[in-house]
Design a protein around this ligand. Structure first.
Ligand code: GDP
Length: 483
């Protein structure tokens, strides 16, 4: 902080002449309107016989957090209770991550919730031995890392899937690196043991070489042979997950106002902004007023992953919420607040700050430019945000894209989701040097405007083949600008 000589004199109740004289005695020639820094002002003030203290004005955000803390003290009974573990599944493409998630989900339905229709909301819960386990159902380390990049740590345990007939592959090692960087315990699922040529020992050997030693070989990593196809070993895997969770003593206080992290969000054509939040502490209820990133709103209704209405969501529960006034971003922190007005103020300030940051950021603008810039660096990297009409297309496109491996090029799908391309998708693209690919979907007006302003490249396809062709061409550096 700085102030002028006159301001210092006024705030001390001293004359400007005294201040200037003292400055001169300290070797500083200053005029009355000159800016001096805090350290200088402090020296002058103390020489004039004053004590100084730097008072930084409290921001609205700090005010809100302080209020919240007070409110938490009031409502919380201070009880810590065990909470279900939150699991992310990672591994090389085609090693069975999706299949494993599907099989676990189908065979372990939470008691009393059977009958609902499976909804892909980004996470689901199953019950095993009377206890719940939460799975994030966007497999892979891209989503995991995108969240971490935003400061959100939601995963308690990583399940590293390795196909027994294929062994450790490049993405296995990448996933391992990401899990380690996040300091999350790892359980290895040796998958496809039903296959001819399955060789679980080779997987153990290969991962041991990476320092991931099986517990039955004297290490501390559980390796569980499973078949996502036949269901063999799945119950063992779940037992181990509960065991590892117990060792971590995962606890939360359900009596607090809820806190959580957004897993995914989009604009639903019928229901408006909708987001899946993973509650991490406290209990979330309908009618709660929430601050999520730069968005606020009152929760109108909540659903679980079977599409059933939820009356409350306790720690580690994923809930799809409706009632937000805008679409938040994956990784945004959700807070239940009591001071609506202040929360709105904070949301507005955050939105402005984000906008200002976006303006100064020096981003490559389009697919062509991304590659022009990348042409002299060794590794080409293409970040993609993928929006499609249905979950099925996303899976198919992700799968097809993962097959394209131009030499030295890397495709990262940093976010994928169903529904209209929203403003938050565009913001995410801007923040992460990504292009947006829309498959059978278009942007809403706000997204279109933001994309124009931020020069974000949005490409539309309704045939996967064409999409792949363009991406291949881009990777080869041949893509002609879209006019
Ligand atoms: P992902 O890319 O890791 O999500 O892999 P997928 O779950 O899409 O699986 C890739 C392929 O392997 C699919 O055809 C699955 O049906 C098949 N698969 C997955 N798990 C098993 C398994 O345990 N045994 C056999 N035989 N096939 C499996």
């Amino acid at each position: 902080p700085t102030m002028t000589v006159k301001e210092l004199a006024d705030s001390l109740g001293a004359s400007a002449a005294d201040v200037i004289r003292t400055l001169m005695q300290n070797g500083i020639m200053a005029t009355i309107n000159q800016q001096i820094d805090y350290d200088t002002a402090e020296i002058i003030a103390s020489e004039l016989g004053y004590e100084t203290r730097l008072v930084v004005p409290q921001t609205d955000e700090e005010k809100l957090l302080a209020e919240l803390e007070e409110e938490q003290k009031r409502v919380s009974k201070g009880v810590l209770q065990p909470r279900p573990p939150v699991i992310t599944v990672m591994g090389h493409v085609d090693h069975g991550k999706t299949k494993l998630l599907d099989t676990i989900r189908k065979t372990n339905v939470v008691a009393g919730e059977a009958g609902g229709i499976t909804q892909h909301i980004g996470a689901y819960q199953v019950e095993y031995q009377g206890r719940k386990i939460t799975f994030l159902d966007t497999p892979g380390h891209e989503a995991f890392t995108a969240m971490r990049a935003r400061g959100a740590q939601v995963t308690d345990i990583v399940v590293l899937v390795v196909a027994a007939d294929d062994g450790v592959r490049p993405q296995t090692l990448e996933a391992l690196a990401h899990a380690r960087a996040a300091n999350v315990p790892i359980v290895v699922a040796i998958n496809k043991i039903d296959r001819e040529g399955a060789n679980p020992d080779r997987v153990k050997q290969q991962l041991s070489e990476q320092g991931l030693v099986p517990d039955d070989w004297g290490g501390d990593t559980p390796f569980i042979p499973v078949s996502a196809l036949t269901g063999e070993g799945i119950q063992d895997l779940l037992s181990i997950l509960l065991l590892v969770a117990d060792m971590r003593e995962l606890k939360a206080d359900p009596t607090r106002l809820a806190e959580g992290t957004i897993i995914e969000a989009h604009l639903d054509p019928n229901q408006g902004p909708t987001a899946t939040v993973l509650v991490q502490n406290g209990t979330l209820k309908p009618r709660d007023f929430v601050l999520v990133g730069s968005v606020t709103g009152r929760i109108r209704v909540m659903f679980d992953d079977k599409g059933q209405k939820l009356r409350k969501a306790e720690p580690s529960t994923p809930a799809r919420i409706i009632g937000l006034e805008g679409v938040p971003e994956a990784g945004d922190k959700l807070l239940v607040v009591t001071d609506e007005k202040l929360a709105k103020q904070v949301a507005l300030q955050r939105a402005k700050a984000a906008q200002a940051a976006a303006l100064v950021s020096n981003r490559p603008a389009s697919l062509e430019e991304l590659f022009k810039n990348a042409s002299d660096s060794k590794e080409k990297e293409l970040n993609i945000i993928l929006k499609a009409d249905v979950q099925g297309s996303i899976g198919a496109i992700q799968h097809a894209l993962s097959q394209i491996q131009e030499e030295g090029a890397k495709i990262s799908i940093i976010y994928s989701g169903t529904g209209t391309i929203s403003e938050s998708d565009v913001k995410l693209a801007a923040a992460s040097n990504a292009i947006i690919i829309g498959f059978n979907v278009r942007p809403d007006p706000a997204a279109r405007k933001t994309a124009e302003a931020e020069k974000i490249d949005i490409r539309y396809y309704n045939v996967i083949y064409n999409l792949l062709d363009d991406v291949k061409a881009a990777l080869a550096g041949l893509l002609e600008p879209e006019s």
